[in-house]
Design a protein around this ligand. Structure first.
Ligand code: ZN
Length: 313
């Protein structure tokens, strides 16, 4: 009856890091639109998790990196190498990796890698393997298929930084972004995917952020990070570490407040820092948000069918 493809969120990994404090994979999500899919971040375990979710490189279109903390990008090299070429049902056409450029405000920013350097250095680091497999396995040249794009961002603190801006569009999705508050990491981005079936917004890593509430206005699903500060405070973590958690991340109550301000229909907590039970995460978010709340686990799926979008929108 309808030709609108279903849009689905798959939370491939839900843990903050770089630390292993439980069974969950590191932060990574997929947005599946019909037969195509997009990645948001590439945390530890995402390569296997994407495969286990039935996602194959041949259907991969573009990856979006929220920021360059290692727990968000550590498996980007593995994802590219494990999803490339016909022998692994991988991509054989050009794909894009979009992410932040260099941190120009950092004292050593010009010497430190942005997204393009990270991708190009990865290709160089594995150039021997790539060269061998091009000749030995009849694969296309990986270096010609992977196109890194650094997202142009407004100045932090400027009026423009309060408004969403467009970063990507194709036949299936329109992706917009805002700068979020994740000091000292700059740029740090939140992304919103709009499809014919509805919208999914990803907070990335951020303290409670009013620009994010604007980006997520009326969104069907808000995927928001959360930190359980009490977990760290009660275990002797260094005050500097505790300060980072409190200045750069959001409590579950804060995630609920942003969902409320945005008018989001569903709040999915992912990128969980510190240990708590699902009931504790959910209960704290529910104290500030009246809509649906889920505590994501690795491999969970959330479908946005066109009918649902109409029924709830
Ligand atoms: Zn981070």
């Amino acid at each position: 009856m309808t030709s609108i493809p279903t849009t689905e969120l798959v939370t491939l990994g839900t843990a903050a890091g770089p630390a292993i404090r439980g069974p969950e994979n590191g932060i990574a999500s997929a947005v599946v639109v019909g037969d195509s899919f997009y990645m948001v971040d590439f945390g530890l375990g995402c390569v296997r998790a994407a495969h286990d979710a039935g996602l194959r490189g041949r259907d991969f279109v573009a990856g979006f990196v929220t920021h360059l903390h290692s727990d968000h990008v550590v498996e980007l090299p593995g994802f590219l190498l494990w999803n490339w070429g016909a022998p692994v049902d991988g991509f054989t056409r050009e794909i894009q990796i979009l992410g932040p450029g260099r941190d120009e405000a950092h004292p050593h920013g010009r010497r430190l890698a942005g997204t393009s350097d990270m991708v190009e250095h990865t290709l160089q680091a594995f150039s021997y393997d790539v060269d061998i497999r091009v000749k030995d396995e009849a694969r296309p040249d990986l270096g010609r298929l992977v196109r890194p794009t650094e997202i142009r961002t407004p100045e932090y603190g400027s009026a423009a930084a309060q408004s969403p801006f467009a970063v990507y569009e194709d036949d299936l999705v329109r992706v917009s972004a805002v700068l979020v508050d994740h000091p000292p990491v700059r740029p740090a981005l939140a992304f919103r995917f709009d499809t014919e079936a509805g919208s999914i917004t990803f907070s990335g890593d951020t303290a409670e952020c009013s620009a994010l509430a604007r980006l997520a206005e009326g969104t069907d699903i808000l995927v928001h990070e959360a930190v359980n500060l009490e977990f760290f405070a009660g275990r002797g973590f260094h005050p500097t570490f505790l300060n980072h958690q409190s200045e750069s991340h959001t409590s579950p109550e804060g995630a609920g407040r942003i969902a409320t301000r945005a008018g989001a229909k569903r709040l999915v907590l992912s990128h969980l820092a510190g240990v708590a039970t699902a009931e504790e995460w959910e209960g704290r978010a529910r104290s500030t948000f009246a809509g649906a709340v889920d505590v994501a686990r690795s491999g969970d799926r959330f479908a946005l069918t066109p009918a649902l979008a109409q029924a709830t929108g």
